[in-house]
Design a protein around this ligand. Structure first.
Ligand SMILES: NC(=O)C1=CN([C@@H]2O[C@H](COP(=O)(O)OP(=O)(O)OC[C@H]3O[C@@H](n4cnc5c(N)ncnc54)[C@H](O)[C@@H]3O)[C@@H](O)[C@H]2O)[C@@H](O)CC1
Ligand SMILES: [K+]
Length: 507
């Protein structure tokens, strides 16, 4: 499925109009499609359409006309004194049909009676902060108990980024014209959008433009997962070195290694703190475990880098971070790995925190992936987690540019960014908000790197399979999402990868 920013949608729209398809036709098809979804989903009896002064409002007038035609009792608030062009024509048609027009001061009463609100106040023509007049209307809509259908974008959400500065409508369903708007799939816009759907507005394929952000769906990943070729041995199948764990943190190493094994690499080496090594060796039957010198806190310390570099020569990728601890020793270890290891490196968790303020990544030439959550990215970028969360796409891109690496910013809407490219992963699930799932993800992406995938593709495929595994677990068990534990993902990873290999989009 296609994702468009406001600018890309505008270009595609202009291209269609140059081909002779009028804006009026596009608006008509958008409104008709949106109304038909609203009727199907909500079976409304009394609706209020709140329509702004632009084409989003114009779509809203068409939705209102269609609802009226279907027998719904409709009231319309048109916020502008005078309309022009297509919105004007559609407003005139509504008035001709005798649809009741209301004034802003009547909105409260009308909303109290309605079971559906059509939010057509602001669409892709909006960005920045909502003016007070519109903000007041948004607050009214949000206070109403009626279901909310957002036209194209929930009003107040930046359709190109998902950023919300000030008020924004909270919709039950957002129906986008032609392509999903980027802002409807990235948090916080994503949470405002509710369920998201797209309607066909008759835009010809010749009018499509190159999107800057892609939806990381199974179709977009088809054919990317490599198979182990004959003649094969365990090294040719991918040899991953995992640098993880400390005396008091052994689970992180277990989950990273196990994730990697299920994502199909031939052999996994684990270098961990000496005090943790015997226990981990006993738990990780198939892995080769080596203890490295540790400091007083039980973290890998002085001499650990040598142990890692000794193993790294045989590895086709390295994962470093889960459970290693934060401190000066960890910092030297991670900087040394970033500087010295030529194979692709994935940095997660404490490895990212250990690099805050360092320019080691920017100086590195070989591929690298970092997999932070908002807090970790904040520490790396000298910002707060809230600042990162408010502008996720921008910060993921900035981090990728500044550190010259691939960035996977975790969340229900995991974002993968590298250079000019960006993808939003749709398989994420709240079930994954539990300790250890990030360690599994590091292992999965590390395994894909070790099998020869490029950083961006490995991160995308790993994110997809990881989220999909959670969804398969939910489907199989029927248990509440909150009950998932990280190791539950492991037996479902093979099925998720099988789906990617078959190129079959999930049901
Ligand atoms: N291909 C297209 O581009 C199509 C666009 N359509 C609709 O047209 C919309 C885009 O229309 P427009 O470009 O006219 O823009 P919008 O209608 O989204 O927004 C313009 C209106 O928002 C107001 N506004 C802008 N910034 C504001 C702020 N900070 N605070 C308060 N009000 C603000 C403006 O005064 C103007 O009235 C899409 O979202 C979609 O709903 C559809 O008709 C189908 C075709
Ligand atoms: K809207």
């Amino acid at each position: 499925m296609r994702l468009y920013t406001a600018e890309e949608m505008g270009r595609a729209d202009r291209a269609a109009q140059e081909m002779g398809i009028s804006g009026r036709v596009l608006m008509e098809r958008a409104g008709v499609g949106m109304a038909s979804l609203a009727l199907e989903r909500f079976s409304p009896r009394r609706a209020v359409a709140v329509c702004g002064g632009g084409n989003n409002g114009g779509d809203g007038f068409v939705v209102a006309r269609e609802l009226h035609r279907a027998g719904v009792e409709v009231e319309v608030l048109a916020t502008r004194e005078e309309y022009r062009g297509d919105p004007e024509a559609n407003l005139r048609a509504l008035k001709g049909l005798g649809v009741r027009m209301i004034r802003p001061e009547e909105l409260g009463v009308s909303l109290g009676r309605a079971d559906l609100v059509v939010d057509a106040l602001l669409g892709t023509g909006f960005s920045g902060e909502v003016r007070e007049r519109e903000a007041a209307l948004i607050r009214r809509i949000n206070a109403s108990p009626a279901r909310v259908l957002a036209v194209d974008v929930p009003s107040g959400v930046d359709g190109s980024t998902g950023e919300v500065r000030g008020e924004a409508v909270r919709a039950d369903l957002t129906v986008c014209a032609h392509a999903l708007k980027v802002g409807c799939v990235i948090s916080p816009g994503r949470e405002h959008a509710g369920e998201v759907a797209a309607v066909d507005i008759g835009l010809p394929s010749e009018a499509e433009v190159e999107p800057s952000v892609v939806l990381n769906d199974a179709a977009s990943l088809a054919g990317l997962i490599p198979r182990t070729a004959e003649p094969a041995h365990k090294y040719s199948a991918g040899a991953l070195l995992v640098v993880a764990g400390s005396r008091a943190m052994t689970g992180a190493a277990v989950m990273t290694v196990a994730g990697a094994q299920r994502a199909g690499c031939g052999i996994v080496f684990l270098v961990t703190a000496a005090g943790a090594a015997p226990l981990l060796d006993a738990r990780l039957t198939e892995a080769i475990v080596e203890g490295a010198p540790e400091d007083a806190e039980g973290h890998m310390g002085e001499g650990a880098l040598e142990a890692v570099l000794g193993r790294a020569g045989r590895a086709s990728a390295v994962v470093v971070g889960p459970g290693i601890g934060v401190g000066e020793g960890g910092r030297r270890l991670v900087e040394g790995i970033v500087r010295e290891v030529e194979a692709p490196v994935l940095l997660d968790a404490d490895a990212i925190t250990n690099l805050s303020g360092s320019d080691a990544l920017a100086a590195r030439e070989a591929p690298a992936v970092i997999t932070p959550h908002a807090g970790e990215l904040g520490r790396l970028m000298g910002a707060g987690a809230r600042e990162i969360s408010a502008s996720r796409l921008r910060h993921a891109r900035e981090a990728a540019a500044r550190h010259g690496c691939c960035v996977l910013l975790k969340g229900s809407d995991t974002i993968i960014a590298e250079g000019e490219k960006a993808a939003v992963n749709p398989t994420g699930h709240v079930a994954l908000a539990t300790a250890g799932t990030g360690d599994v993800l590091s292992g999965v992406i590390g395994a894909l790197l070790s099998r020869g995938m490029g950083a961006y593709d490995a991160a995308r495929a790993g994110a997809w399979a990881h989220g999909r595994a959670a969804r398969l677990w939910l489907r199989e068990t029927g248990w509440p999402a909150e009950s998932l534990i990280a190791t539950d993902l492991l037996p479902h990873l093979p099925r998720a990868f099988a789906e990617l290999l078959e190129g079959r989009p999930p049901r």
